[in-house]
Design a protein around this ligand. Structure first.
Ligand SMILES: O=P(O)(O)OC[C@H]1O[C@@H](O)[C@H](O)[C@@H](O)[C@@H]1O
Length: 349
């Protein structure tokens, strides 16, 4: 009986994936004119660019906004990379190629075909869509910040319509590149909103925690990820299954980036989270400093961060690479949240 229920659930899930392949195909066939836009969105609105470019840029406006964006998007992105690490879900191209390779093409009625792009070779699992999650969080925080400062109802409606259009463009971009199924995009945005509202609901509790508690939580999450690795090995599952899928189905191995691998994403996000934990207590309404001082301060921090990125040790083994990335990200977020306000503090006359 139990087995029957399990088989039924698996069948329904496979039907869903097959049906969703038609959506990817439809987007590729009908929206090819927008390909430059879709490529731009996938390359420049991804979580890494948010952390290194867009969040610091917005941070020029105010330190409170910078802190809020950094700590909330870090939490949202960590949820995404932990999920991808624990349960990597299929991506459309992998599923389609597997169907054909296993001689199962009858499963798809109309002989579906998807085009693969250089940006289609992601090495992490599909669920949840990290692009949708991080951008959703970014836009929601930004628009609530902007709408708070304006009481005008029409402006709020306009702001939220823009957010809606941006999110639809991100979903279409991921569908067009066949990196995501539709449900992965929708769930990504939903998880981002519910994570944000949970952080908001428990913000007093989170803010009252001592630094040592939050550092312990980050270490605990790191241990959880390590435990998942060994449990998978013990149970005979491949912890790097998604990377192997990418290697198997990507038409050109040079299209794959190690910055997109699940272990790298996790290290980046835990590094950022460690920086946030070390910055506690977070000051969400700090004293104002002039835009020019903020611009200069952030510019210096980002040039320094960029130089560190150029010197990432990629040839000295995985451990050195991950340890460097963890420390660089921790230092980057700690500097933006804690050290920057001290650097640019204006003297009171
Ligand atoms: O889950 P998505 O949207 O396909 O994104 C996969 C990865 O794409 C990479 O480009 C990003 O740097 C990662 O942060 C992201 O996880």
């Amino acid at each position: 009986m139990d087995l029957e229920v399990f088989r039924l659930a698996a069948d329904s899930y496979h039907h869903l994936l097959n049906a969703e392949l038609h959506i990817n195909e439809w987007v590729q066939e009908h929206l090819s004119l927008a390909e430059p836009l879709f490529r731009f969105i996938s390359v420049y609105l991804e979580p890494g660019t948010l952390f290194n470019v867009l969040i610091p840029l917005m941070g020029i406006l105010s330190q409170g906004l910078l802190t809020q964006l950094l700590y909330m998007i870090t939490v949202v992105s960590t949820v995404s990379s932990l999920e991808k690490w624990i349960y990597p879900e299929l991506r459309p191209l992998w599923w389609l190629r597997e169907l054909y390779a296993n001689g199962n093409r009858n499963a798809i009625r109309s002989g579906i075909a998807l085009q693969s792009h250089d940006l289609s070779c992601e090495t992490s699992g599909g669920l949840p869509c990290a692009h949708s999650m991080s951008l959703m969080a970014f836009l929601v925080i930004l628009s609530s910040h902007l709408s708070l400062s304006s009481g005008c109802r029409n402006r709020k409606v306009l702001l939220y319509s823009i957010v809606g259009c941006c999110m639809i463009s991100v979903w279409l971009s991921r569908l067009y590149l066949a990196t995501e199924f539709l449900h992965q995009c929708l769930l990504g945005s939903y998880i981002a909103i519910s994570t944000l509202s949970n952080i908001d609901r428990h913000s007093d509790y989170l803010r009252s925690r001592r630094r040592i508690h939050l550092v312990a939580i980050v270490l605990l999450l790191g241990s959880l990820a390590t435990a998942v690795y060994f449990i998978k090995l013990r149970l005979g599952f491949d912890p790097h299954w998604s990377v192997r899928q990418a290697f198997k189905w990507c038409p050109e191995p040079t299209y794959m980036r190690h910055e997109g691998s699940p272990i790298f994403l996790l290290t980046r996000d835990l590094g950022n989270l460690m920086g946030v934990a070390l910055s506690v207590p977070l000051e969400l309404k700090p004293r104002k400093s002039s835009l020019s001082r903020r611009f200069g301060g952030i510019l210096i921090v980002e040039i320094f961060n960029h130089i560190l990125r150029l010197y990432t040790p990629k040839q000295h083994g995985r451990f050195a690479f991950l340890a460097f990335e963890f420390s660089r990200n921790a230092l980057h977020s700690l500097t933006l949240i804690k050290i920057l306000p001290k650097l640019i503090k204006e003297k009171v006359a």
